[in-house]
Design a binder for this molecule. Structure first.
Ligand code: NAP
Length: 288
C-alpha cells in the first residue's frame, strides 16, 4: 500500500454495493507502479444519496475523480457538469474527472470492450454481431459494434418491453442497423453471426450455466468470435464450448482491464501500466 500523505489525491469507485469491485485492487497496483501520489478507495453510496455524495465530493478538492458501477451509471448524469458524446450516446457514465469545480463524465466501457477486438484483423463491414441481453452493458457493446462498423447488430432479450425500450434509446443516438429480437430467435441468428457477445450474467460463478448450449454452438460459423463479458470463472462455460467449436474467444477480464486503464489515463494523463493492472486482477480472482 502506497503511503498516504497530506498531499494525496483521491480516486474511487461509487456504487451500491462496491464490496465485490476489483477496481481498487487494479488501480492501487497501477498507482504504486507509477509512483504517483494518489489512492483509490471504495465509495459505497445508496441510490437515494447519490446527489448528496456527488456534490459533497466536489467540496473535497483531494477527490480528483471516480468510477461508477451499478446502480449509478445512468442516475449520475443530471449531477454532472458535462458529459462526453460517447457517454451521451448510451446514456451511461462510468468515469468522472474533476476539472476545477466541474465534474466531467465519460464512458470507458466502449473503448475498453474494443481493445481486444481491434487487435484482430476482421472485415467488420461484413460482420453481423449477435448481442445476448439488453441491459446496461449491452448498450456499451452495441455502441462499440457501431464504432467497429458492423453491418448489422442483432440484440436478443427475454423481455419484449425492455427490448423495445433498448432499441428506441440506442436508435435515437446511434446510426446503426440494430435489430431487436426475442431470446428464442437467437437460434436462427447463430448461423450468420460473425461475433456473439454474452452481456447477460449467465455463466457467473453464482449462475454457472451457458447462454448458448453445446448443440447451438455448432451452428456458429467457424472463424467467428465468442466474447463473454463475464470474467469469473475463467473460462466461462460459454467460452469453453466456443473454444471447443474452434471459435476465437475473449473473456470479460480484457474489458474490465482496459476500461480501467483508459479511465486512469483520463484522470492522470499518464500511460497506464497494463501488465501490472492485469496481474493485480489475476491475483485478486485467484489466477496467477
Ligand atoms: P443488467 O443491466 O442487469 O443486464 C443484464 C441483462 O441480462 C438483461 O437484459 C437481463 O434481462 C439479461 N439476463 C439476465 N439473466 C438472463 C437469463 N437467464 N436469460 C436471458 N437473459 C438474461 O447487467 P449489466 O450491467 O448489463 O451486466 C451484465 C453482465 O456483464 C454482468 O455479469 C456484469 O458483471 C458483466 N459486465 C462485465 C463488464 C466487464 O468489464 N467485463 C462490464 C460490465 C458488465 P432482464 O432485464 O430480462 O432480466
Amino acid at each position: 500500500m502506497q503511503q498516504v500523505r497530506g498531499t494525496t489525491k483521491i480516486l474511487g469507485v461509487m456504487g451500491s454495493p462496491v464490496t465485490h469491485s476489483l477496481s481498487p485492487v487494479m488501480h492501487n497496483a497501477a498507482i504504486a507502479a507509477l509512483g504517483v501520489d494518489y489512492i483509490y478507495v471504495p465509495l459505497p453510496v445508496a441510490i437515494a444519496d447519490l446527489a448528496t455524495a456527488v456534490n459533497g465530493l466536489k467540496a473535497i478538492e483531494a477527490v480528483q475523480g471516480f468510477n461508477l458501477t451499478i446502480p449509478h451509471k445512468q442516475e449520475i448524469i443530471p449531477w454532472l457538469d458535462e458529459i462526453s458524446d460517447t457517454a451521451r450516446a448510451i446514456g451511461a457514465v462510468n468515469t468522472v474527472k474533476r476539472e476545477g469545480d466541474r465534474w466531467i463524465g465519460t464512458n470507458t466501457d466502449i473503448a475498453g470492450f474494443l481493445v481486444p477486438l481491434l487487435k484482430l484483423e476482421r472485415n467488420w463491414q461484413n460482420t453481423e454481431a449477435l448481442v445476448l441481453g439488453c441491459g446496461g452493458a449491452a448498450k456499451a457493446v452495441v455502441a462499440a459494434c457501431a464504432q467497429l462498423g458492423c453491418a448489422v447488430v442483432h440484440v436478443v432479450g427475454r423481455d419484449r418491453a425492455k427490448l423495445e425500450c433498448f432499441q428506441q434509446e440506442i436508435s435515437t443516438h446511434l446510426n446503426i442497423d440494430l435489430r431487436a429480437r426475442d431470446w428464442s430467435d437467437s437460434i436462427d441468428l447463430l448461423g450468420i453471426a460473425g461475433i456473439v457477445i454474452n452481456t447477460t450474467p449467465i455463466g457467473m460463478a453464482s449462475n454457472p450455466d451457458t447462454p448458448i448450449s453445446s448443440t447451438q454452438m455448432q451452428l456458429i460459423p467457424p472463424g467467428a468470435i465468442a466474447y463473454d463479458l463475464v470474467y469469473t470463472p475463467r473460462p466461462t462455460q460459454f467460452l469453453r464450448l466456443a473454444a471447443a467449436r474452434g471459435l476465437a474467444t475473449i473473456d470479460g477480464l480484457e474489458m474490465l482491464l482496459h476500461q480501467g486503464a483508459i479511465a486512469l489515463e483520463f484522470w492522470l494523463g499518464w500511460q497506464a501500466p497494463i501488465e501490472v493492472m492485469h496481474q493485480a486482477l489475476l491475483d485478486a480472482i485467484g489466477l496467477k
